[in-house]
Design a binder for this molecule. Structure first.
Ligand code: SF4
Length: 334
């Protein structure tokens, strides 16, 4: 990871809304984060926290309407991606930024062979079909698909779920992207296969030296994979820190809640402590801190329900959007 130069990606105050019959859904509400070359940033939070919509906004894949990006900048290699034409954005996707989605079956075309699809991804930026096919076979081999030459000519339904996800990883790294975005890449897979696919993802990242945004609701994975973490809640980043700092001393009650709801080997009672309540409405979020109705540290403090906490630095390499982040400066066992 190289932090000596400027960040590879800088998301600045991004705001994405969806206009629905019930009102405006504030899906991404002023999100900022940065990513340096070769770094892995885990974006963590419950469903509906805005993790995936932020990624779709970065890639220009928010369906408009009903979606609309109404504010912010997404600086990537010196250009604001939000200002690119569709053609320019298509060139960025696939070559410079590649996405790995949750469900490989929806990302692979069932009537085309896997090899053909990887070859086409290469040919979108190259012209020699023979060389592209050779490279596709080599890529399948790199991501651990056995008998890559034979597998090249098979259809997605002839692959297992784990193999399909490996094929998608091969497609994602085909053009040597600078940034990989993986959105819950193993959610659709058996637990036994998940670890193998993450291993493949790590190898693919090493192969390409790409930075990665790993979107997950699973904090357990984060320690394994990430350098830094951004925790999202109700469309905002509520905490960001190096992975060690976050696990050692979380500075937002929501992060503390996520950690306490993790299964632990030394938990003799066997009881997990889920965060009470459910995520707030994104049409009419609660006033003040959007987490206050569920917050174990709220204790009726008026500032929590009158003033929206800004994300502020509380320690080097550690920011929190809690008015009372300093009160949480104790070690939370993980
Ligand atoms: Fe809890 Fe208040 Fe901090 Fe929000 S600002 S997380 S309600 S203590």
């Amino acid at each position: 990871m190289d932090r000596s130069g400027p960040p590879l990606l800088s998301v600045e105050d991004l705001i994405t809304e969806f206009h629905t019959a019930d009102g405006v859904v504030h899906a991404v509400d002023g999100v900022s984060y940065e990513l340096w070359p070769g770094e892995t940033l885990a974006v963590v939070g419950e469903s509906g926290s805005g993790k995936s919509v932020t990624a779709m906004s970065i890639l220009g894949l928010v369906q408009q309407p009903p979606g609309r990006i109404v504010g912010g900048r997404v600086m990537f290699e010196g250009r604001d991606l939000l200002r690119l034409s569709r053609r320019e954005m298509r060139a960025v996707r696939g070559r410079s930024i590649a996405m790995i989605f949750q469900d490989p079956m929806t990302s692979l075309n069932p009537v085309l062979t896997v090899g053909f699809q990887i070859t086409e991804a290469i040919l979108a930026h190259d012209t020699d079909r023979g060389k592209a096919e050779e490279r596709a076979i080599a890529l399948l081999s790199t991501v651990g698909v056995p008998n890559a030459k034979e597998r090249f000519s098979q259809y997605p339904h002839q692959y297992s779920g784990g193999m399909r996800q490996r094929a998608l990883i091969a497609m994602a790294i085909a053009n040597g992207p600078r940034l990989l975005i993986a959105d819950e890449p193993t959610t659709a897979l058996d637990v036994t296969i998940q670890a193998q696919v993450f291993e493949t993802l790590k190898l693919a990242q090493q192969e390409t030296q790409a930075a990665m945004i790993l979107i997950t609701h699973d904090l357990g994975l984060v320690a394994e994979m990430a350098d830094r973490v951004a925790v999202m809640y109700a469309g905002r980043v509520v905490e960001t820190a190096g992975v060690r700092e976050l696990f050692h001393a979380p500075r937002h009650p929501y992060t503390v809640g996520l950690m306490r709801s993790l299964p632990r080997l030394d938990n003799r009672s066997g009881h997990l402590m889920p965060i009470p309540g459910s995520p707030p409405s994104l049409i009419q979020p609660p006033p003040g801190c959007p987490f206050h109705p569920r917050c174990a540290s709220y204790a009726g403090r008026s500032r929590c329900h009158t003033e929206r906490p800004a994300l502020r630095q509380v320690e080097p390499n550690h920011a929190s959007a809690c008015h009372f982040a300093e009160d949480l400066a104790r070690k939370v066992p993980t």
